[in-house]
Design a protein around this ligand. Structure first.
Ligand code: PRP
Ligand code: URA
Length: 212
């Protein structure tokens, strides 16, 4: 598939190495959680590349200089429950002051349609860059619904950060929200008959929280 312009796939040996461990059915909950965090750190580095900065004066031991910094309330990350929660600590490793909003959503097992059950966003989110966190971008339904909710709240600068994506999800997102830049660690082959990404890693929420 030809990638839409707004999609960045972080094709990098270190990420691919970690993805191999993440995919493995042998990987246990603790390691899975740590890998999700580590991959998110690497995604964050890329997704923050064009974050607006401001200039501050810094006095080094030798002289004063102008230096760029990211304002404290520049970014809100919005994990989609449950699996997006596993990515929050990875963002905070690099940018500890990122505010956190939560969107609760699950896929109906039959229709694969997203069902919303919770939304709590930081005050002033409409003036921040809002980064939706969800390790799995499968049909794209959950990502599109989460972004719809953010746009309804007035957000104008929205990004999506996912670890594994299917072409179907990337296409749907690019079509529904062409203004949203998408950062993914790896693109997979597609979806199986149950809407799971293949080869994928299985159910991200269950693997993160040990619920199966
Ligand atoms: C998973 C995943 C995404 C969604 C992706 O959540 O974390 O939110 O599915 O699928 P889509 O692109 O087809 O919408 P799930 O519904 O399993 O909820 P959970 O994390 O609470 O288990
Ligand atoms: N949600 C998951 O957790 N895994 C998939 O492969 C698809 C949706």
């Amino acid at each position: 598939m030809k990638l839409p312009n707004n999609v960045t796939v972080l094709d990098h040996p270190l990420i691919n190495h970690k993805i191999a461990m993440l995919r493995s059915a042998e990987t246990k909950t603790k390691d899975f959680r740590e890998l999700v965090e580590e991959i998110t750190v690497l995604l964050t580095y890329e997704a923050f590349r064009d974050i607006p900065t401001h200039t501050v004066k810094v006095k080094t031991p030798l002289e004063s200089c102008d230096q760029q910094m990211v304002p404290d309330n520049a970014v809100a990350v919005i994990p989609v429950l449950r699996a997006g929660l596993g990515m929050v600590s990875g963002v905070h490793v690099l940018f500890p002051t990122a505010k956190v909003g939560h969107i609760g959503m699950y896929r109906d097992e039959e229709t694969l349609e997203p069902k919303e059950y919770y939304c709590k966003l930081p005050d002033g989110v409409e003036n921040m860059r809002a980064i939706v966190l969800d390790p799995m971008l499968a049909t794209g339904g959950s990502a599109c619904a989460a972004i719809d909710m953010l746009k309804k709240r007035g957000c104008k600068d929205i990004r999506q950060m996912s670890i594994i994506a299917a072409p179907e999800g990337v296409e749907m997102l690019a079509k529904s929200h062409p203004d949203v830049k998408v950062y993914i660690a790896v693109m997979d082959r597609g979806l199986n008959e149950n809407g799971y990404i293949v080869p994928g890693l299985g159910d991200a929420g269950d693997r993160l929280f040990g619920t199966k």
